[in-house]
Structures are given as structure tokens and as C-alpha cells.
Design a binder for this molecule. Structure first.
Ligand code: SAM
Ligand code: SF4
Length: 363
């Protein structure tokens, strides 16, 4: 049987530094970590003994608090139109790329394929596209609920609070609205159309009306320090979100940040571990952005505290234009499920059964 957090804590008492021992004790007694302690976690480097021990511990926390099961969510990127101009994003309004919108029928047909293969949640994602007015979105959400009974998650950016309320009534139960960075100056410098306080207020509103709300940050925005990332972790802990999606910045062609360097994938892994220690019950994907830098590292995320992955169900003819960053990989459902199974990760039985069927077809 896999080691519990108490087993790993004993090992850390012998092999870990005093600093790590103090952090571990606090986590075991459910005391809040200080910003300095989070910075210690974030600063660890590949090869350091403390980092290996930390990852063993964060993995054990994941197992003890949210169980052995790993979850595969499916994302439908239904529109790449966006009225905003976030500096980092390849589908920002000013970027000259071929645009597409999927019809309601197309979206629902794809959602229906996700139920039998064992997808855990259907994520509807898009740019901020007013073409999908509230009536359209309500129809899409309620039809998907009716046809699949799967949880529906919204990743559609900032919409009026009334719309988040209506979409909840229509059947959506989860949201993803990233705060992107807690550093006000950086937030304002990369979001020409957004208001920092409004974003945080809307995010907290999604928590308050009972969504299983998600947020997250980008690692590696211009001017960002490790202290800023620690502030992101503290905010996520205090905000009441139950899902965290965070990943490295990836440059996108044609954007103001196209020549800015990639976010640090190793810091991303450290941040996953820090989030798991601060919010033990969090649902946290190992993100596509991390996989775009290094596919193996995305799977390493499952060993440091992540318990979710988002697979892509956008039809190829559209997906190639959902270029939020350059060379975005396709996280394929069956390929991913197979690799997770081979790693010995527990998946729901429906996925495993379908994996067997899939193997019969491709081998
Ligand atoms: N438009 C909605 C929104 O902004 O919330 C949903 C779609 S948006 C593409 C989803 C997420 O993509 C954003 O929250 C942002 O964190 C991430 N993203 C966009 N461009 C990125 C980039 N160049 N590198 C890393 N993440 C990026
Ligand atoms: Fe639009 Fe979201 Fe990209 Fe910003 S991050 S430009 S809101 S799609």
C-alpha cells in the first residue's frame, strides 16, 4: 500500500532539513503555512533532497485527502472569438487568426460522446464571445445536462454575475476563472481590458453562489517574482476555490509577449506541491501548458499533488485555431488514459473498459 502522509513525515524527520520538518508538522496539524514557508517550497531545485521529500509528502497528502482516483475532464473549445486583448493570449481580439464558432448542435453532439467513455466533467471553454448570449448558453448547458448528467464547467471568462447565476440554474456546477496573478501592477500591465478588483470580486461571487469554483495563475508573467507566486498560493487558499488550474506562461505568436521567455516548468511543479499542502482537498489538473513545454513533466504533476488532467475534445478543424499559445499540444483522451494506467494510477472503471475496446481497434 502507498505510504501515508505520516509515513513520509517520519522519513522527513530523518532525512529532511529543519525547515521542511517544520512545514510538514504544520501541515499535519492543519496549521496555515506562512508566506516564507511557501517561498521555501517554491525555491527548491531539481536534485535537492528536500524537493524529493516534499513531493513524496505532497503526493501523500493528495492521496490521504482526495483519494487514489485520478480524474479526466474533457474540454470543448467552442469559440476562439474574444473581445479582449490579454497580452499573453494568442486568441486575443487583435491577433489576426482564422476565427471559428461551433454551433449549439455541434457542441452538444461532442458532449454526448464524452459520457460513455468515462469523462468526469465537461468543460465549455471559449474566448469572451458575446455571440453566445445568455439564452444560447443556457440552452447549451441545460441540453448537455439533460443528455449526459455529467458536471458542466464554465471557462468563458468574465460575464455578468446574473449570467453566472442563470447558468447555475441551467445546470452548470463548476467554473474556472483564473485570477492570473495577485500582483496588481502585473495584472494591469497584461490586461488592457480588465479591472483587477472586478476580476477578484467576480471570482469570489462564483464561490459564494455555490459553484465548485476554480481559479489559478500563470507562472512567468513579465516582472513576476517568486514572492508573487507565493501570494497567488495564499490567495487561492483563502479564496474558497475548490479547483486550481495553474501553469507556465507560453509565448504566443503575434502577441505583445511573443518574445517573452517560457514560464519555469520546475517552479510550476513546486507550486503544485505548495497548493496541495495549503489546500489539501483541492482538485488540481496538471496542465496542458506544462505538457506543451515537456510532456513528461505534465505526467510528473501526478506525483507531486495533481489529481486531474484535461483532455481535448475540440474537433481538429477548430482545434488548430484555438492557439492561446504557440504549439499547444493536443492532450488526447485515450493516449492519456493509457499512459496513466501504465503509471499505475487509478482511473474510473468506465475509462478502463473503454481503453480495452480502444486497444482492440488500434492494435
Ligand atoms: N477566455 C476565458 C478566460 O480568459 O478565462 C477562458 C479561456 S482562456 C484561453 C483560459 C486560460 O488560458 C486563461 O485563464 C489563461 O490563464 C490561459 N492562457 C492564455 N494564454 C496563455 C499563455 N500564453 N500561456 C499560458 N496560459 C495562457
Ligand atoms: Fe480572451 Fe481569455 Fe485569451 Fe484573455 S485569456 S484574450 S479573455 S481568451
Amino acid at each position: 500500500m502507498a505510504s501515508s502522509r505520516f509515513d513520509i513525515a517520519k522519513k522527513i524527520e530523518v532525512e529532511g532539513s529543519k525547515e521542511l520538518q517544520r512545514i510538514v508538522k504544520k501541515v499535519l496539524t492543519e496549521e496555515e503555512l506562512s508566506k516564507e514557508e511557501i517561498i521555501y517550497i517554491l525555491s527548491l531545485e531539481r536534485g535537492e533532497k528536500d524537493r524529493e521529500l516534499l513531493f513524496e509528502f505532497s503526493n501523500a497528502i493528495r492521496k490521504d485527502y482526495v483519494g487514489e482516483m485520478f480524474f479526466i475532464k474533457g474540454v470543448i473549445e467552442f469559440s476562439n472569438y474574444c473581445r479582449k486583448n490579454c497580452d499573453y493570449c494568442g486568441i486575443r481580439a487583435a491577433n489576426k487568426i482564422p476565427r471559428y464558432r461551433m454551433s449549439e448542435k455541434e457542441i452538444i453532439e461532442i458532449a454526448k460522446t464524452m459520457l460513455p467513455i468515462g469523462v468526469d466533467t465537461i468543460i465549455l471553454q471559449s474566448g469572451e464571445d458575446p455571440y453566445y448570449d445568455i439564452e444560447k448558453l443556457e440552452r447549451i448547458v441545460s441540453r448537455i445536462k439533460k443528455e449526459t448528467h455529467l458536471p458542466v464547467s464554465l471557462s468563458i471568462g468574465e460575464r455578468p454575475k446574473t449570467e453566472y447565476l442563470k447558468l447555475k440554474a441551467a445546470g452548470a456546477s463548476k467554473t474556472l476563472l483564473k485570477h492570473e496573478t495577485m500582483n496588481r501592477k502585473i495584472f494591469e500591465s497584461v490586461h488592457p481590458d480588465d479591472d483587477y478588483d472586478k476580476r477578484i470580486d467576480l471570482l469570489l461571487y462564483t464561490v459564494s453562489i455555490g459553484y465548485i469554483a476554480g481559479s489559478g495563475n500563470i507562472i512567468g508573467l513579465p516582472g513576476q517574482t517568486i514572492e508573487d507566486v507565493a501570494d497567488d498560493v495564499l490567495f487561492l487558499r483563502d479564496s474558497g476555490v475548490r479547483m486550481v488550474g495553474l501553469g507556465p506562461f507560453i509565448p504566443a505568436k503575434g502577441t505583445p509577449l511573443e518574445n517573452h521567455p517560457y514560464g519555469d516548468p520546475e517552479l510550476t511543479l513546486n507550486t503544485y506541491a505548495a497548493v496541495r499542502l495549503c489546500i489539501p482537498k483541492v482538485f488540481m489538473p496538471s496542465t496542458t501548458a506544462l505538457g506543451t513545454i515537456d510532456e513528461d513533466l505534465q505526467f510528473e504533476g501526478f506525483k507531486v499533488g495533481c489529481n486531474v488532467i484535461m483532455c481535448n475534445f475540440t474537433p481538429e478543424k477548430y482545434r488548430k485555431n484555438y492557439t492561446i499559445y504557440s504549439d499547444k499540444i493536443k492532450v488526447d483522451f485515450f493516449k492519456t488514459a493509457k499512459r496513466m494506467k501504465d503509471m499505475g494510477l487509478k482511473l474510473n472503471p468506465r475509462i478502463l473498459k473503454n481503453l480495452e475496446e480502444y486497444k482492440k481497434v488500434i492494435i
